[in-house]
Design a protein around this ligand. Structure first.
Ligand SMILES: *[C@@H]1O[C@H](CO)[C@@H](O)[C@H](O)[C@H]1NC(C)=O
Ligand SMILES: *[C@@H]1O[C@H](CO)[C@@H](O)[C@H](O)[C@H]1NC(C)=O
Ligand SMILES: *[C@@H]1O[C@H](CO)[C@@H](O)[C@H](O)[C@H]1NC(C)=O
Ligand SMILES: *[C@@H]1O[C@H](CO)[C@@H](O)[C@H](O)[C@H]1NC(C)=O
Length: 336
């Protein structure tokens, strides 16, 4: 049955539990992008393995040992005393809308085939909520990441950082809010030889609100960025630098968002207040535009186009007019 559009929009507002089915014709709720379509196969996480429910740090740390497939369901709030190392072949999935990780974040290091869904990860001091390092096939879906932007860029670190030649990652339907540095791809310009040719990441239907920089910021890789909503992304949303390539389409920028997209190699001081008050100079990146974006009042500075004209997989583009509504209604926890 073909759905009538007004019915559809009404459905989002009134019946959030019903919309995944109503949605199917305009957005993909399941896995899509590089974590699905890549040379080594679809990301399955713990599929096929046993399911365990954990409610404490000790249970969670025991559950992630070993590389056998396992689905780990997190119930309630867990305060981690140190970072949690996620091993290959795992799905970590929050139960309901109250599963939460605080204290320390997650490391997906030297691994493969991991899914993280429906978790709120917040206020991780001096480190990332999730760091994906030297790992392949990771799907970060329907989570919430937040802290406090008034604390500046460095009290907390990134929300989802993807580094050291990681590859085939999808970051979808996450609610990123009230935080300075969101998502960094490639964390050092000196890792060119290691990183180049990797770092393929898809970002779709994420909702960013009241954030500072890196939505995402990429070096040396390829990122396909579509149908995301950016609201009050204060300093710089998408930044492609150090020969990185982005394909940017069907995104919506709203509110006080100063720069939607830049390929200019200058790492602005608000992004990395490290060496110089004037920022750090790097090589420019590349950007290509696909389906129309709605930039709102935000600036765009594309200094060079690349050869990343299209993504070599099937994906569902949401009509631009519905992107803000769909991303707001669908992103975050308690939705899957
Ligand atoms: C993941 O599980 C599959 C079998 O389900 C196994 O072949 C593979 O070695 C595991 N991955 C790792 C890194 O152990
Ligand atoms: C990257 O991970 C692989 C396992 O997937 C491991 O064999 C290799 O040593 C790791 N490389 C580094 C630099 O840690
Ligand atoms: C927009 O955000 C910037 C950075 O926080 C701030 O300096 C500026 O006052 C804001 N503008 C408005 C209109 O809120
Ligand atoms: C845009 O990029 C050019 C370099 O090509 C640079 O000179 C200019 O300052 C940039 N504009 C902004 C707003 O960053």
């Amino acid at each position: 049955m073909k759905l009538n559009l007004s019915l559809f929009v009404y459905g989002f507002a009134s019946l959030s539990y019903a919309f995944p089915s109503a949605y199917k014709s305009i957005a993909t709720w399941g896995i899509e992008g590089y974590a699905k379509s890549n040379p080594i196969g679809i990301t399955t996480g713990g599929k096929g393995g046993p399911t365990v429910i954990v409610t404490t740090e000790a249970e969670l740390k025991a559950a992630v040992l070993g590389t056998d497939p396992k689905v780990i369901k997190v119930k309630g709030s867990i305060l981690l005393s140190s970072r949690l190392a996620i091993t290959p072949n795992k799905s970590i999935i929050g139960v309901g809308s109250s599963a939460q990780i605080t204290g320390a974040g997650l490391n997906i290091y030297n691994g493969d085939n991991v899914i993280v869904q429906n978790l709120k990860i917040s206020h991780i001091l001096g480190n990332d909520c999730i760091t994906i390092r030297n790992s392949t096939r990771v799907w970060i879906d329907h989570n919430e990441f937040t802290s406090d932007i008034s604390q500046g860029p460095d009290l907390y670190d990134g929300q989802v950082d993807i580094i050291r030649a990681s590859d085939w990652v999808t970051v979808s339907w996450n609610y990123f809010h009230d935080h300075w540095k969101s998502s960094l791809i490639g964390n050092d310009p000196s890792f060119r030889d290691l990183d180049f040719g990797h770092l393929h990441v898809t970002y779709h239907h994420n909702y960013w609100k009241n954030e500072g920089t890196r939505g995402p910021a990429g070096r040396f890789g390829h990122q396909h960025i579509y149908n995301n909503l950016y609201e009050d992304f204060l300093y710089q949303a998408i930044h492609s630098r150090s020969d990185n390539q982005v394909l940017v389409e069907g995104n919506v920028f709203r509110g006080n968002t100063s720069e939607a997209l830049s390929t200019y190699g200058l790492v602005i001081p608000m992004d990395s207040p490290n060496t110089c008050v004037c920022g750090d100079e790097e090589l420019d990146g590349y950007a290509n535009l696909g389906a129309r974006n709605d930039w709102g009042r935000a600036g765009v500075n594309i200094t060079q186009k690349g050869d990343f004209y299209s993504a070599k997989y099937k994906y569902q583009l949401t009509p631009l007019k519905l992107v803000a509504k769909v991303a707001k209604a669908g992103a975050g926890v308690g939705k899957i």
